[in-house]
Design a binder for this molecule. Sequence first.
Ligand code: NAD
Length: 480
Amino acid sequence: MAHATDNRYPELKLLIGGEWRTRAGTPVLNPADESVIGEVPHATRKDLEDAVEATEKGFRVWRKTSPAKRAEIILKAAALMRERVEELAVAMTLEQGKPIGQSRLEVQRAADIIEWDANEGRRVYGRVIPSEPGMRHTVLRQPIGPVAAFSPWNFPVSSPSRKVGGALSAGCSIILKASEETPGGAYQIARAFQDAGLPPGVLNLVTGVPSEISQYLIPQPEIRLVTFTGSIAVGKHLAALAGAHMKPAIMELGGHAPVIVCDDVDPVAAGAAAVMGKSRNAGQVCVSPTRWFVEEKIYEPFARSFADKAASLKIGNGLDPATQLGPLANARRVEAMAEFVADAKAKGGRVLSGGARLANRGYYFPLTVLADLPADARAMREEPFGPIATVSPVKSVEEAIARANELPYGLAAYAFTNSAKKAEQLADGVEVGNLSINHYVASIAETPFGGVKDSGYGREGGSEGLTHYTVVKNVSHLTG
Ligand code: NAD
């Protein structure tokens, strides 16, 4: 059945072997008002079979394409994304809810990532190992092969860009399974690559029932690498499936980022900065700062500044340029936030700001600051993946590091201090893949991004990211 649509939102299709395919599917909703804006096509089994065949054919062509030519096509696609920033950003805010300024930045950041990968793809060097006369050992880095990629709903453009940029720049082909809730970004990326002249089958796009798609694609012998960004539960399931079929995997999963605020910083400024960090994409970010551990001396002024600033955020439809906090992306997140708050109250926590859903239509929930929660409160242990922050006093940096490390996650962490000694202690002691000191940016195109512990393995971005898309082959040649 065709659904009512919004003309600012693209008509979504599958891309298989360079051809667009139209399929019936399910509605895509606007989280700002719960209206239907489009329809996400559901791939059939035949579509998936064709996608695997196409990606194998695409790989044969792409791996023989010179790195310089590959970079030229990939850079053209990134340039098209930049040219189309407004169209992409509006569609993203419509399907996902984030404020339009953040959507524009996400498109630019996605283009940054793709461009950096494209250029780095020309520098995937092997090495020659010194050996006795008449023998030459050469280590080659070759593209690993067709990749099955699964991207989440919270960053509809930048998350698929990491996977597409990495795979294509290393000479791999890819089947991208976009989120069924926010499929527009991946569709726009695929369109940019098509328009840039990418050979057929190098990038294939499918959407539909996630478990059917992963269950089919991962075991296929043509697929040589799995990359997934999403929840820990689904990540463990897909990692096990990949392992059963001996496929390497990149798992970029959830976190529960601690923020350590030392008593040598200005508590009021640190409170205001906390709102900036937490409100990004309404906290629906795997690296979203969540647990603030603040040295006792500045705890109260910090908490007050954080809560006051949080309460002053302008909440509304992300398309309104004045909006600072958009709706959550789906009804599940709103229900989850209400449960975290109820649990916090039942366990004696204080609600310093927010705490309850705002309106009946649209998935709005305010930035909620919870204070003095016991360590067993759900918000202290489970990733809220929404606009909830906790603040707790600590007696020392050592205690803060111990609290930061007490959960089974380790993706991002943040710290604020002007003391070189404390900064070094933090860099040594916090168990994460990414630690940011005195700011809230967890990664840029040039830096490796990923987690430890339950937050996953493998890295996206940086030269480390590209190596996952390659295999090492040693060629030893007896020449004389
Ligand atoms: P969920 O676990 O139900 O689904 C997460 C995503 O995984 C969905 O987009 C879905 O398409 C996909 N998925 C689910 N089952 C799958 C399968 N068998 N094969 C392939 N893909 C599958 O979680 P949710 O309710 O959508 O989101 C809430 C949680 O997800 C959050 O608490 C957060 O931890 C996590 N999440 C993390 C990230 C991240 O960037 N690491 C992004 C989005 C969501």
